[in-house]
Write a protein that binds this ligand. Sequence first.
Ligand code: NAD
Length: 407
Amino acid sequence: MIINPMVRNNICINSHPAGCFLSVQRQIEYAKKSIKPANGTMPRLVLVIGCSGGYGLASRIAAAFGYGAITIGISKEKAGTKTQTGTPGYYHNLSFDREAAKAAIISLTLDGDAYSSETKAQTVQAVREAAAKAKIPAKIDLIVYSLASPARTDPKTGILHKAVIKPIGVPFSGQTLNMMDGSFIPVQAEPATEEDVFNTIKVMGGEDWELWVESLLREGLLSPATRTIAYSYLGPEISWPIYKNGTIGKAKEDLERACRLINKNYSTEGKIAGAWISVNKALVTRASAVIPIFPFYVSCLFKVMKKMNLHENCIEQIIRLYNDRLYISEDPQKTPADSEGRIRIDDWEMREDVQKAVMEKMNNTTQENVFTETDLAGFKHDFLIAHGFDVDGIDYNADLDLGTYIG
Ligand code: NAD
């Protein structure tokens, strides 16, 4: 079978298994050579919630192939068959598990709804099973919370909540970029209702992270050495009407509330080492490509950061998070953080000189010069890679047997 990308409105509805496999292998190679030994306790048992793409996948790869950690990964994917491709995450997970097996690193991947009580119960079993196999205590050293989801069923009420990306108070009008042909498309969004805000917080806020920590603690799977981290984004002022001050920003505020609560309830009592929010750089993932203004902003950002030699992708970001923040000291109090207690690996993105250059670029970009003024080509390349396309070294004209990519 020959597979070509099927992209509409910055959404890709298929994937290329061979490309997904190779991009995981490349991240593994990078992690192996770039990770530094952790100061203090090396993470040996790591749980990644949202493990199949973007920041979660990079976090899992860095933990397993950097530190040699056993990893339990959870994601919700559509499996591939002999005749139909699955989601890219399905192939990323398969590739990860096969590479881990080759390297004799224990890994268990669960496919299910991370928000449900069933998946939490299955995870408890998986953690115990993996620890028993490795003959180590069933105590998780690191929990990475990296979900990006459009919906969540509340396990207590059974109600399905749907997240929306909307401004609050005032309508939003701006433009997004169609990455396939470079055309600017006007986007408008009406202000969110109170219900929209509530629902988005339910999906992307901190309640589920709290539930994870509570349930793992109840099962005796955490220890005073356990660290937990959830990912957030702040971004430049130009994106605030639709991001930070919008529905998704409110959900991220709630994630910070949950972080403070987890620390108050459990870290101060020494039940776990600590919880952190890590504010990460804007990057191209399946989730981020559909946020209005993002494709344009990120295309300008990439152009500037590549020129300044500051550009990073997910794996580079996460390696820096582990090397220079999370595992810099055995003492969790010494984790470098901002005045709000957040880890900042968006520091290079938010540098004054970087932001100034990006804003100038955004002002100078027109429909005519979009391909030369911005790195739209780089944005498109990364988006295609996230789905297994445009990966250097893959022959996309070769006949592919989907049967060899089934778990
Ligand atoms: P992504 O789309 O690449 O990955 C999302 C992951 O969540 C996937 O593994 C997916 O399978 C999983 N998932 C979604 N719903 C699920 C469910 N119900 N059950 C189990 N798994 C589920 O997204 P990403 O961009 O890597 O985002 C991860 C986190 O990083 C998010 O919190 C996001 O806000 C944050 N972040 C992203 C960026 C960015 O620019 N991409 C920047 C800063 C922070």
